[in-house]
Design a protein around this ligand. Structure first.
Ligand SMILES: *Cc1c(COP(=O)(O)O)cnc(C)c1O
Length: 232
């Protein structure tokens, strides 16, 4: 087993039941992704459309791609034909654009073996940094109450995503993930009580995934803990 494969196996042993691992491979070369693939990792997270587009044809067809970074409207058409899930939907406009492109690019998705509908997560802003994207819990409720999102027939809203503040203060991180979990529960009860697809809580990265799992996370997104430091 290589060092990278040991890291993956160590992380797997720490995952709670039912929690899935997205290996965040942004800025890492394809050789490292193949190393992870060789020990059974199928799910990879990328945060830049161009890099994703370059990597997809270099990996086996059963690799599952998740887009986790801030997504600009004009890049949606590059991402939709190749991804299973977009974690970072932070506006109604972006949601509508994903729906539109998923309809236009349906055949490309089907040819790639992907389900017709794109799974998306709505990104919550719970961190203290002003720089992180996403809806506040109030903005999210407002957006859902408005109801326009219900016209999106080519995507599936599968849950919420968030990032905690980048801090050593584990209590603060815990507090933020609990806010996210509470928001998930409220939104599920209020808008998705008849929709079993709304079931994912994507929180937890290298430094905080254990706390995230204590707060109901179902997907963790781990980069440096697997691949080492990123070279920008
Ligand atoms: C880079 C990134 C990660 C992974 O971060 P690590 O600290 O390397 O585990 C997770 N989520 C998002 C949205 C990211 O951009």
């Amino acid at each position: 087993m290589t060092e990278l494969q040991k890291q993956i196996s160590d992380i797997r042993s720490r995952l709670r039941n039912g929690v899935r691992l997205v290996a965040v491979s942004k800025f890492h070369p394809i050789t490292k992704l193949r190393e992870a693939y060789a020990c059974g990792q199928r799910c990879f997270g990328e945060s830049r459309a161009q890099e994703l587009q370059e990597k997809v044809p270099q990996m086996p067809a059963d690799t599952e791609w998740h887009f986790i970074g801030h997504l600009q409207q004009n890049k949606v058409k590059m991402v939709v034909p190749v991804v299973t899930m977009i974690h970072s939907v932070d506006s109604l406009h972006l949601l509508m654009e994903i729906d539109k492109q998923a309809s236009r690019l349906k055949d490309l998705r089907l040819n790639a073996g992907l389900p017709e509908k794109v799974k998306v997560l709505l990104q919550l802003h719970v961190a203290q940094e002003a720089t992180k994207f996403g809806f506040t819990p109030e903005e999210l409720t407002q957006m859902l109450e408005d109801g326009t999102w219900r016209t999106c027939k080519n995507l599936e809203i599968a849950g919420l995503m968030c990032m905690a503040t980048n801090t050593e203060d584990t209590e603060e991180i815990h507090r933020e993930f609990l806010i996210a979990k509470e928001c998930f529960d409220n939104i599920q009860a209020k808008f998705f009580s008849n929709d079993p697809n709304f079931c994912e809580c994507s929180w937890g990265m290298t430094e905080d995934y254990d706390i995230a799992m204590q707060c109901g996370s179902t997907i963790v997104r781990i980069g440096s803990g697997i691949f080492g430091e990123r070279e920008y």
